[in-house]
Design a protein around this ligand. Structure first.
Ligand SMILES: [Zn+2]
Length: 390
């Protein structure tokens, strides 16, 4: 552990100038209160709890406060929050609570999609035993009283490696469905999972041909991948973009055209809402136990980091509408939004592209042709490239 700590400190070094904390953001869902601190660089942190009154203390080493605006109001389990310098080099945030509260998750997010470094602290109410354990942990890991923390900085979750500036952009391509979940099926028996895999592989080739993209596929063969795992693959890859590929089915055979969807808690229209409901059933179709999936795709993620990526996702959707529209028929209102589970990575701009309707006889025939699929792939590649070049 000492070696690891030394390595980490060696890697990230002692910061000569103070880290600047530029924002305090808060959000909540039923169980979790999330606090996000925006930082201009990575920082060593220490989070611990105290009682009488109950509070959570966040110390940032060699950091100073220069908020861009007012901090978000306290919410969830937080009754009040205060911040300022604690000793010369320590920026301290104190959150008061009316009940025992613990920080059950603390992690650092590297800069991504135009955002700064972020320290994320997830809080939840605890019973007295859990709180006592957290209190004891803090006491054991720190050599002296809470106020003496400046001398000792447990690393907590090890920081993620910083992104190399100027390195290739990471694009995650997500062909929908697969394995036991065929997705939509056309009148001629064409399966969505096959068509979107072909388009995904063609898109990978097109992006590789451009030279400055690293492509990660959520699947590159006919296998099932959970919706939550697709999101996790994107986050683990430090994705700059996430593009999910689907082909639609409609009750009427006349429906046709491609469309682009971005995440929103409120659907733009009933069609988009029904589509999201269909696409979100993938895990259920595959018989996945959803009980352990609920937490990381809850609305708190939309409330916070997600809010920031909405604009980028919309911008990508627009370049897709333009580039794809030059190559294939688009549906009316080609950019719509709804609550697609697969678009819920909090900090990765994400779009879901419906490349056409398998229930439309003409489009089914077109999508079976590799020429059409390559045209779609080249349109998507051009859209992605336009997005990054702006
Ligand atoms: Zn689908």
């Amino acid at each position: 552990m000492a070696v690891l700590l030394a390595c980490l400190l060696g890697l990230f070094g002692t910061i000569a100038n103070a880290t600047v904390i530029t924002a305090i953001r808060t959000g909540e869902n039923a169980a979790t209160t999330r606090v996000v601190l925006d930082l201009d660089r990575e920082v060593e942190w220490n989070v611990f709890v105290l009682e009488d009154p109950y509070r959570v203390v966040v110390d940032l080493q060699n950091a100073d406060w220069a908020l861009n605006g007012r901090p978000d109001p306290p919410r969830g389990v937080i009754r009040d929050l205060r911040f300022g310098q604690f000793r010369d080099a320590t920026g301290r945030l104190v959150m008061d609570a009316d009940q025992p509260v613990v920080a059950h998750r603390v992690f650092m997010l590297p800069p991504q999609a135009g955002q700064q470094w972020r320290l994320v602290i997830d809080l939840k109410a605890a019973d007295s035993a859990v709180f006592a354990a957290a209190r004891r942990d803090a006491a054991e890991t720190r050599p002296a009283r809470a106020e003496a923390v400046a001398a000792f900085w447990p690393t907590g979750v090890p920081p993620l490696p910083p992104q190399r500036p100027g390195s290739a952009k990471v694009v995650v391509i997500d062909p929908g469905h697969g394995g036991v979940d065929p997705g939509a099926i056309g009148g001629g028996g064409t399966r969505e999972k096959d068509i979107v895999l072909h388009v995904g592989l063609a898109l990978r080739e097109a992006l590789r041909g451009m030279g400055n993209y690293r492509v990660v596929m959520t699947r590159d063969s006919d296998r099932f991948v959970r919706l939550g795992d697709r999101v996790r693959i994107a986050r683990r890859a430090n994705a700059d973009l996430f593009v999910s590929l689907h082909a639609d089915a409609a009750a009427g055979r006349a429906a046709r055209g491609a469309g682009v969807y971005t995440l929103s808690e409120k659907s733009s229209d009933r069609e988009a809402e029904a589509l999201a409901r269909r696409e979100n059933r993938s895990d259920i179709i595959a018989g996945v136990d959803l009980s352990d999936e609920a937490d990381d795709v809850t609305s708190i993620l939309i409330d916070l980091a997600q809010r920031e990526t909405m604009n980028q996702s919309a911008r990508l959707a627009q370049t897709v509408v333009v580039q794809l529209g030059e190559r294939v028929t688009m549906r009316s209102n080609p950019h719509r939004f709804a609550g697609f589970r697969v678009l819920k990575a909090p900090d990765v701009p994400s779009v879901l592209v419906e490349i056409g309707f398998l229930t439309n006889r003409q489009e089914e025939a077109q999508l079976k042709s590799s020429r059409t699929r390559e045209r779609i792939a080249s349109g998507l590649a051009a859209a992605i490239d336009a997005y990054f070049r702006r």
